[in-house]
Write a protein that binds this ligand. Structure first.
Ligand SMILES: Cc1ncc(COP(=O)(O)O)c(C=O)c1O
Length: 392
C-alpha cells in the first residue's frame, strides 16, 4: 500500500527514543525486578476532587458531544485561572480546549507553520517536539545549550540562527528534561528576537505548577508582556498540575484571533473533547491543587537525594533541577556515552533510565532519571548507578 511520506519521516523520530524504556517494561512484565526511572508518570494519585467531579459529571449524563472550542464551564474556569497573571482582560475567546498539551502543541504548530518553515528550539528538548515540527513539514533549528548555560538558549544564539525561513520560537519552561526555569530577562530578550523577526512564540508551560521554590525561581511566561501576546500561543494541561495525564485535558491560550484561526483545525482533528472531563477540569482548576504541593515537595526532596548520593563519585555530574519530575546526570567522564551507560545499567543493575540522547544531541553523555518513585527506590537506584560507575 502507498503510505504518506509523513509516516516515513516520523518513524525515526518517535519509536527509537523509547527503545530502552520499552525493553525495560518488557523485562519487568516478564518478572525481572527492574527499577523504572524512565518516564514521568506522577506517583501520586490524581487530585481527589478531580475524580469526584468526574464521577458526578458522568452521573449527570455529561457524555454527549462537545464542540471544537470547549465547554463553556471549562472556558470560564480557564479565564479565572489565567486572569490574575494576564496584563490584559481575557475571555473564553482566548482559549481552545484540547486533549492534553501534546494535542494543543500539535494544533498550535499546525496553525502557524508551513512546510519548509524553520522553528528555533533549544537542544536538549522534550522528546516529541521534533516529530510535531516534522508533522507540519517544518524543520527544527537547534540552539545548543549546556549545563554551563543552565540548559536555556540565549537570545544571541536565537538571533544568529534566524533565517528567511524562521517562523517560530518553541519555548519550554519549566523545561523537560533539565528542570530549568526561564528568567523574565531571558523571555523578554527572546521575545525581542521574535518581535524583530516577526516570529511566533509557542510556549509549553505544562510544568508550571511544579516549580520547587517559586519565591526563588518564579514562573514567567511570554503572555506576561502585552506586546508579546499577539504572537504567543501557550499550551498546558492538568497532566502534571493534578497528576492526571490520562485525563488528556489541556488547552491553548492565545489571542482571540489566533484561537479563531486554529478552531477549524481543532474541529478537523476531534470536534470537541469530553464534557465530563471538561466539567471535572473546570472544578479542579477552581481550587489550588493539593497534589501539586505534594509533588513539588517530593520531587525537590528526591532531587536533593540524588544530588547528595551521586555527586560523591568524581565521574558523575548532576544538574540540579528547579522544577519538574526529572534529574539529569552526566556520565561523560566515565568514558561511556549515556546510551551505553543506560543499557549496562539495565543489564547489570536492573535500573531503567532514559539515555540523554532521547532529548537531543547535547545530552549524548547524560542520563535522565525520573523522580516519580519513592525515596527508598531512588536511593537504591543511585546505589546501583554508583556500583556501575565504580566498575568502569
Ligand atoms: C515538556 C512536555 N510537554 C508536553 C507533555 C505532554 O503533556 P500532556 O500530558 O498534557 O499532553 C509532556 C509530558 O511529559 C512534557 O514533558
Amino acid at each position: 500500500m502507498r503510505y504518506s511520506r509523513l509516516t516515513q519521516d516520523l518513524a525515526p523520530l518517535a519509536g527509537d527514543k523509547w527503545a530502552l524504556h520499552l525493553e525495560a517494561l518488557r523485562r519487568r512484565d516478564a518478572g525481572e525486578p527492574i527499577v523504572m526511572l524512565t518516564i514521568g508518570e506522577p506517583d501520586q494519585p490524581a487530585e481527589p476532587s478531580l475524580i469526584a467531579a468526574t464521577k458526578a459529571a458522568l452521573d449527570a449524563g455529561r457524555t454527549r458531544y462537545s464542540n471544537g472550542h470547549g465547554e463553556l464551564g471549562l472556558l470560564e474556569a480557564l479565564v479565572q485561572r489565567y486572569q490574575p497573571r494576564s496584563p490584559t482582560p481575557l475571555s473564553a475567546a482566548n482559549f481552545l480546549c484540547l486533549p492534553g498539551t501534546q494535542t494543543a502543541l500539535y494544533v498550535a504548530m499546525r496553525a502557524v507553520l508551513e512546510p519548509g518553515d524553520e522553528v528555533l528550539v533549544g537542544d536538549p528538548l522534550y522528546a516529541t517536539y521534533q516529530a510535531v515540527i516534522a508533522a507540519c513539514g517544518a524543520r527544527p533549528v537547534f540552539l545548543p545549550t549546556s549545563a554551563e548555560t543552565g540548559f536555556m538558549p540565549t537570545a544571541d544564539a536565537a538571533e544568529q540562527a534566524v533565517t528567511q525561513r524562521t517562523k517560530a520560537l518553541l519555548l519550554n519552561s519549566p523545561h523537560n528534561p533539565s528542570g530549568a526555569v526561564m528568567s523574565a530577562s531571558l523571555i523578554r530578550a527572546l521575545g525581542d528576537v521574535a518581535q524583530r523577526h516577526d516570529l511566533w512564540i509557542v510556549a509549553d508551560e505544562v510544568y508550571e505548577a511544579l516549580i520547587f521554590d517559586p519565591a526563588q525561581t518564579p514562573f514567567v511566561s511570554p503572555w506576561d508582556w502585552t506586546d508579546l501576546q499577539a504572537r504567543s500561543l501557550l499550551v498546558s494541561s492538568i497532566s502534571k498540575s493534578h497528576a492526571a495525564p490520562g485525563f488528556r485535558s489541556g488547552w491553548i491560550l492565545a489571542s482571540a484571533e489566533t484561537c479563531a484561526r486554529a478552531l477549524p483545525l481543532a474541529e478537523a482533528m476531534l470536534f470537541g473533547n469530553q464534557p465530563f472531563l471538561a466539567d471535572a477540569t473546570a472544578a479542579a482548576l477552581a481550587e489550588p491543587s493539593q497534589v501539586a504541593d505534594r509533588m513539588r515537595a517530593d520531587y525537590a526532596r528526591r532531587a536533593r537525594l540524588v544530588e547528595g548520593l551521586l555527586e560523591r563519585h568524581q565521574g558523575l555530574r548532576v544538574f540540579a533541577p528547579q522544577a519538574g519530575m526529572f534529574i539529569l546526570v552526566e556520565v561523560t567522564a566515565l568514558g561511556l556515552d549515556g546510551g551505553a551507560f543506560a543499557q549496562r545499567l539495565l543489564d547489570e543493575q536492573g535500573v531503567a533510565v532514559m539515555p540523554g540522547a532521547s532529548f537531543g544531541n547535547q545530552l549524548a553523555g547524560w542520563l535522565r532519571l525520573s523522580l516519580t518513585v519513592d525515596d527508598s527506590l531512588i536511593a537504591e537506584a543511585c546505589r546501583r548507578v554508583l556500583a556501575l560507575a565504580r566498575s568502569l
